[in-house]
Design a protein. Structure first.
Length: 399
């Protein structure tokens, strides 16, 4: 482990904090503070740091640049006004720009990623009341924020700002406490926010922690097999959805939630599309792709990051997010279950990012790109995080 300075910790914390706090930028709309700073410093940093980066960091950043170039092509071919062209390209270009900054901040040790998560927890809580993103600012000034919008930020603050520092100082003590509190946060969100509260994210993150602490030998053997790993993940997600459907149909979540569930089931039966497919607008995206495989340009056409990218930036937009899921799967197989109780916190970030890619529009984009660079650093340096985040490091993993 490289020696870390106070500046290293401070930059990591500020990266997480400012990624959650939004400001209005004339001509560009409401943007995270981190994005604003990154646009200024990313290119000089890339020139200075490129030679120091490993091949997986290079590959990940080049994927981000390819995605940005695909956005330029799609918007040129669709002849948008210059203002809308630059807005669309700027949104996509934030990918590789944020990656460069994330590498600069996180490259010394994996523990800095945990400090970044701590900052994100603090920033998310503050953003409920100050420096809100565009959607939350509208809700707050009109109808007011409701429980399912507020409680997820509280839950994340409890996990990242309460449990994470506890584990930092008492890593080998009371892991069951951390796991139970995380799962209870998921249960609380389920009964106080329903389907869109993110409850499943916390249940699955608690499951990651349980497996990493109490079932690590078995699950490490399973993770050697790609098929079994994917099957285990799908079973976990399926169990959460099945449990939710049973609970809501029994009326335990209230009549409003059951009515919404039944309405969605009716749409599913009538159209043949599942909830995720309908939410993502995959049918419309497929029609666009067949007509314009390079994409239709623009931005925020779909209520899903991956569907939106596929629709707007064409094949390259789709492949970028396929690459995202491929490296996330690598991390789960090769590193997740060597991180002990820290699997709860990194697992939570993975689940938040994965769900946002599948079923949410763009929000705080740095959660995707900081995660991708963190994984790239793990791949480039097999000892990245040794004795800080990862508790043991068998040599067969160093590949």
């Amino acid at each position: 482990m490289k020696k870390l300075s106070f500046l290293n910790y401070l930059l990591s914390f500020l990266m997480g904090l400012t990624g959650q706090l939004f400001v209005s930028v004339p001509g560009a709309g409401i943007m995270p503070m981190l994005d604003v700073v990154s646009y200024v410093i990313a290119i000089p940093l890339l020139i200075l740091l490129w030679g120091k980066m490993g091949r997986f960091a290079h590959r990940t950043i080049l994927w981000g640049i390819a995605w940005a170039l695909a956005s330029i092509l799609a918007n040129l071919l669709n002849y948008y006004t210059s203002w809308y062209f630059w807005k669309s390209v700027t949104v996509v270009s934030s990918g590789w720009i944020l990656m460069v900054v994330a590498w600069w901040v996180l490259n010394k040790d994996a523990s800095l990623f945990l400090i970044y998560l701590l900052g994100a927890g603090v920033g998310g809580f503050i953003s409920l009341y100050y420096f809100q993103n565009g959607a939350y600012a509208v809700f707050a000034n009109t109808e007011g924020l409701i429980e399912k919008q507020i409680y997820p930020f509280y839950a994340r603050a409890i996990v990242y700002c309460g449990l994470l520092p506890f584990c930092w100082f008492f890593r080998k003590h009371f892991p069951s406490f951390v796991i139970v509190v995380t799962i209870l946060a998921g249960v609380f969100l389920l009964f106080n926010g329903g389907s869109r509260s993110g409850f499943g994210i916390y249940l699955l993150s608690g499951g990651f922690g349980f497996l990493a602490v109490y079932c690590k030998r078995v699950v490490r053997e399973i993770c050697k097999n790609l098929f079994l790993t994917a099957l285990l993940l799908l079973l976990g997600v399926g169990l959460v959805f099945f449990s939710y459907s049973r609970i809501v149909q029994e009326g335990a979540l209230g009549e409003g939630e059951r009515s919404k569930f039944e309405a969605e089931e009716g749409i599913k039966m009538d159209t043949g599309h599942g909830r995720v497919s309908a939410r993502a607008g995959l049918e419309a995206t497929w029609r666009t792709f067949k007509k314009q495989p390079w994409g239709e340009g623009g931005t925020l056409r779909r209520h899903s990051v991956i569907s939106n990218s596929w629709n707007c930036e064409g094949l390259v937009g789709l492949l970028f997010w396929v690459y995202f899921f491929w490296i996330v799967l690598w991390y789960i197989r090769k590193r997740m279950f060597y991180s002990g109780i820290f699997a709860v916190f990194i697992g939570l970030q993975i689940m938040i990012a994965s769900w946002d890619v599948v079923g949410s529009p763009f929000g705080t984009r740095n959660i995707f790109f900081s995660l991708m660079i963190y994984i790239a650093l793990c791949r480039d340096n097999p000892y990245y995080g040794k004795d800080t985040v990862f508790e043991d490091f068998p040599k067969y993993l160093i590949k």
